[in-house]
Design a protein around this ligand. Structure first.
Ligand SMILES: *Cc1c(COP(=O)(O)O)cnc(C)c1O
Length: 406
């Protein structure tokens, strides 16, 4: 009997961004004379840097020549890229990570959604609230849910760790001990980042309770403060309790190119002593046929001297927007967080306005689109996310409209 996977059917409601798209489409239809500025979805807007484009062209040309043509890539990634990653993102920062602990993939969304497959179905999962929706949804699809409580918007078997202004957006240790702990820092959606001392406490907690930390470092390149770690492996003891996920999307603008990687240290073992490195390798070998050669050469170029300089300039471009928004919104009297180590501003809605009401008001009065905090989890209620991924021009125009009309 053909039946859809019942765990998939548990997923609640429609995807946040399709709800936003519908509201924006309705607004545009009713107001054809208005131009809408979107500071909503977390996608980059600047073109690829010259060093990347050159590497892509060169790799394409190689594919056209018999001697340099490549078929299937090694499923864990080409050595040239794994080495460049381990060297530049880890060893140069004093983190003890070997080339063969790097698993190259098509991006951080796939890895952060798929990594839960190597853990037992009855593992308890903890997520920060607000949360990057992939962490919860991929575990719902895998059946790690219990029942859904509509009032609290939570699954009974998922541990939600509130991250709000009250705890400085650093989760407190939960009452129920989790097996898998998702941490995203610098954080999407709050734009805040964990200090090294706070992350070290979580690493110690994970080692003590034999839990694993899945550390999403997609926004690592945006870190500007010295006491914010670039990797969980800067913390001592992380090799026995952490997996780290990275992306080339937000630093080098690869959202449409697709490339990422995950680090699984060989010292990371389950309670029976099973090494998770081997399981993730097995999973890659079975369900993934390797990131394309052309993309991996582009990834290698990100670590060239020119690539590093161009990536820095891209990040600086977006962070200039964050600065513009921070200053203007503060001057208007808003309480804001983030935007210092991440391209997101997390704004407290005025007078405890509901996130969706603030969304409607901003769209109606300023034709500006952001993302309601409550869409990322119950603790996001009363907050609102604006992204720094716009152009300088539309970012400046957006804050001008907010100042003049809201
Ligand atoms: C954008 C984003 C990703 C996805 O990155 P891709 O490599 O493009 O799949 C992963 N995690 C977080 C938190 C993100 O915001």
């Amino acid at each position: 009997m053909l039946k859809a996977n019942p765990d998939y059917l548990k997923l609640q409601g429609s995807y946040l961004f399709s709800t936003i798209a519908k509201k924006v489409a309705a607004y545009k239809e009713a107001n054809p004379d208005k131009t809408v500025i979107s500071l909503g979805i977390g996608d980059v807007t600047q073109p690829l840097s010259p060093s990347i484009v050159k590497a892509l062209h060169t790799a394409v040309d190689e594919m056209a020549v018999k001697e340099t043509f490549r078929g299937y890539a090694p499923d864990l990634g080409y050595d040239f890229l794994r080495k460049a990653i381990a060297e530049n993102d880890y060893r140069s920062r004093g983190c003890d990570i070997a080339d063969d602990e790097i698993f190259v993939s098509d991006g951080a969304k796939s890895d952060s959604g798929n990594i839960q497959e190597i853990f037992a179905p009855d593992c308890i999962v903890a997520v920060c609230d607000p949360v990057y929706p992939v962490y919860v949804d991929s575990n719902v699809m895998a059946g790690r849910t219990g029942t859904y409580d509509k009032a609290s918007e939570q699954w009974s078997d998922v541990v939600y760790m509130p991250c709000t202004a009250e705890n400085d957006f650093v989760p407190d240790f939960p009452e129920k001990t989790p097996d898998i702990i998702y941490i995203c820092s610098p954080n999407n959606p709050t734009g805040t980042a964990m200090k090294k001392a706070d992350l070290q406490k979580w690493v110690d907690y994970a080692n003590e309770h034999h839990s694993v930390i899945i550390y999403d470092a997609a926004y690592e390149a945006y870190i500007s403060e010295d006491d914010v770690p670039h990797s969980v492996f800067e913390c001592s003891g992380a090799r026995t309790c952490a997996i780290e996920i990275h992306s080339f999307s937000k630093n080098a603008g690869f959202t449409g190119v697709r490339l990422g990687y995950t680090v699984v240290p060989k010292d990371l073992k389950d309670t029976d002593g099973v090494a998770l490195h081997g399981l993730w390798a097995r999973r890659h070998g079975t369900k993934f046929n390797g990131a394309p050669y052309i993309q991996q050469r582009a990834g290698e170029a990100v670590y060239s001297a020119q690539g590093i300089a161009e990536t820095k300039a891209l990040v600086a471009y977006y962070m200039e927007n964050a600065k513009t928004m921070r200053k203007a919104l503060k001057d208007m009297g808003y309480t804001i967080y983030g935007g210092v180590n991440a391209p997101y501003i997390w704004l407290k809605t005025p007078d405890n306005m509901k996130s969706w009401d603030f969304f409607d008001m901003l769209l109606e009065k300023a034709s500006v689109v952001g993302t309601p905090g409550s869409g990322f989890g119950p603790s996001g209620e009363g907050y609102f996310r604006l992204t720094a991924f716009g152009t300088h021009e539309n970012t400046a125009e957006a804050v001008k409209r907010i100042a003049g009309n809201v």
